[in-house]
Each structure stands twice: as C-alpha cells, then as structure tokens.
Design a protein around this ligand. Structure first.
Ligand code: TRP
Length: 331
C-alpha cells in the first residue's frame, strides 16, 4: 500500500488556502492510503526562532483543524515532528548529498528568503529545510505527497536526494516521491495581492464566524473597472471567482456566471452573496466540530501522542535501514 506523508508548519490556525491546497485531498485519500500528517514544529522553528511560543501554542490548534476538517485518527497518523529523532539524524546525513548552491537555487527557498527579508542573514537551518523535508518524507518510506504547487521544488529536491543515495549505495534504498497536486489553483489572498497569510490578516480560518466570512467576502478584490452592473467585468485576478472555482459545487453555473459577468449584467454583490452562502455551508460544520474540540484538549493531545509514538517506531525502523546505505562501520 502506497504511503502518504504531508505536513504543515504550526505558525497559526490553518486557513482555506491549506484546505484547497492539500487538506481536502488528504481527507479524501485517507481511505485508500496509509497516511501520516506531520505537525512540522521543527521546520516552523527555522524561520521563527525569536518566537517559539507561537509554534508551541499552535500545535493543538492545527491538530484541531485536521480533526474538524475530517481527518480520522483511526485512519491517519497525526504526529509531532520535533519528537521524531530519526528525522534529525537523516537530515544530517542527507546534507552530504546536496550543495549549498543547489539549496540557494531552490525557487521556494528563494521566494521565502525574499518575503521574509532575510537579506544575507539567512538562518542556516532555514536554508537547509528542503533537506529536512526530504528526511520527513523518506523516514516514512512515503511515495505520495499531497501539496500545494509552491511545494513542488521541494519534492524535486527530495527526489535528487533519493537518486543520489540510491546511486551511491547501488541499491534502491529510497523510493521516488510523487507530488499530488490539488485540481484547483492556489487561492489568492482576500485583497488579491498575493499569498494568504495570517500575519497580513487576510485569511479565512475554520473558526471564522458567519459575520467574519461575510466581512472577508465583502472585502474581496474584484474588478475595479466593473462599476455598474451593466459594465463588462474581468475574471482574471477576480478573487471572488477564484473562490467560486475552489468551492462552488455547481461548476456549470460558475462558468455560466463568468460568461454573463464578462459581457456585463452581473453585479459583484450577487456573486458575493453566492460565495458567502457557499463558504458558510463549507465552514459551518467544521466550525461546529472545532468548537467541540476546544473543550476536549486532552483528547486532542492524546491523539498526537499516540500518533507520535507510532511514527517514532516506524521512522526508527526505516532509519536503521537507510543508515546502512551510507556504509558506516558496523559492530
Ligand atoms: N513545507 C510544508 C509547509 O510549509 C510543511 C511540511 C513539512 C511538509 N514537512 C513536510 C509538507 C513534508 C509535505 C511533506 O507547509
């Protein structure tokens, strides 16, 4: 049975971007595959060393998001990365299989260095986190990784590590990894200016109230030149249509609405009302489950603990096999 491994940095509650990018897929795939989800607190530290409290406080919040969205702990292992020592060991070993310049050329890393304003002061742990992520995946012998498209360069780099080790050891020790992309493009932020991020205050989380959903949808960027209902409107860059594409189950109706909007004759307020209803329908059952989990923190902790123990055993077994491929002295 193919294994799935994914993860999220616990730097805040998860939002609809996570849902569309990979969480929705993970919920669907957990019946067919053996799935593990890593709460990547150790990776989160690589760009948050000044604020470890934030990471600590969001571990349980992220676990609640998983459970509320439909991740079933009897099918999916939810575990805490920082407790898995095999991943740290593998990371150090894999560092010998990459070069600094290759890491500096990784497009995801380049983008993140820019957006975090590191300049020349890049934390070394941050620069090498693609190697740690290769360790995350291979420690579980996973071959499928449901991710958003921003993660593709990380999968590519992980596969280079896989090939290199197999080459050096002359044995197929590690399995090639495949990214499982969402069929919907990445959700833009509410203002249409970039990625959703909690710090920019432009996300919709699973705890958002009906009023907050309404407020966010009303703030969504549409087409600034679409002033009168009768004016023709633009679909590209129109945040409301991006969200309808991602969430509206009636695909034919959305393409119909797009045609009318382009010609002129459809007001933003009609579209926004439709989107508010759809988002409310998606989020309200999740919000409800999440509120119940707020009162069951010890249950949530128990799930993480149980999953982490299981993952620890699994990754230690794999580490033992992988380490052999490096040709260390045995006694
Ligand atoms: N890099 C991912 C993110 O920023 C989190 C992550 C950590 C991950 N380890 C992983 C994703 C392994 C997929 C596989 O959200």
């Amino acid at each position: 049975m193919s294994k799935i491994l994914t993860g999220d940095r616990p730097t805040g509650k998860l939002h609809l971007g996570h849902y569309v990018g990979s969480l929705r897929n993970r919920v669907l795939l957990q019946d067919q595959y053996q799935q593990t989800i890593l709460i990547a607190d150790s990776q989160a530290l690589t760009d948050n060393i000044q604020n470890p409290e934030k990471i600590k406080n969001n571990i349980i919040e992220v676990a609640k998001d998983y459970l509320a969205c439909g991740i079933d702990p009897s099918k999916t292992t939810i575990c805490l990365q920082s407790k898995l020592s095999a991943i740290y060991e593998l990371t150090i070993l894999y560092l010998n299989l990459v070069t600094v310049s290759r890491l500096e050329r990784n497009p995801t890393i380049r983008d993140e260095i820019k957006s975090r304003n590191f300049g020349r002061d890049i934390p070394a742990g941050f620069l090498i986190y693609p190697v740690a992520q290769a360790a995350d995946i291979t420690a579980f012998n996973a071959t499928l990784v449901p991710v958003g498209e921003d993660q593709l360069p990380l999968i590519e780099q992980a596969n280079e590590i896989v090939k290199k080790l197999n080459n050096i050891s002359n044995k197929p020790i590690l399995l090639e990894i495949e990214a499982l992309l969402s069929n919907v493009p990445r959700l833009p932020s509410i203002d249409g200016k970039g990625k959703m991020s909690k710090s920019a205050g432009n996300t919709i989380t699973f705890s958002s109230t009906s009023d907050e959903i309404k407020k966010s949808v009303n703030m969504m960027y549409t087409d600034p030149e679409h002033l009168k209902v009768s004016d023709p409107g633009k679909i590209e860059g129109n945040v409301v249509f991006s969200y309808l594409d991602a969430f509206d189950p009636d695909i034919d109706e959305v393409s119909n609405l797009k045609e009318i909007y382009k010609k002129g004759g459809l007001g933003d307020s009609v579209l926004k009302k439709r989107l508010v209803n759809i988002l409310e329908e998606t989020i309200s059952p999740i919000r409800h489950k999440r509120l119940l989990l707020d009162r069951q923190e010890s249950y949530v902790i128990e799930i993480i603990k149980h999953g982490t123990n299981k993952a620890d055993e699994e990754t230690k077994n794999n580490l033992y096999k992988i380490k052999k491929a490096f040709g260390f002295f045995e006694f």
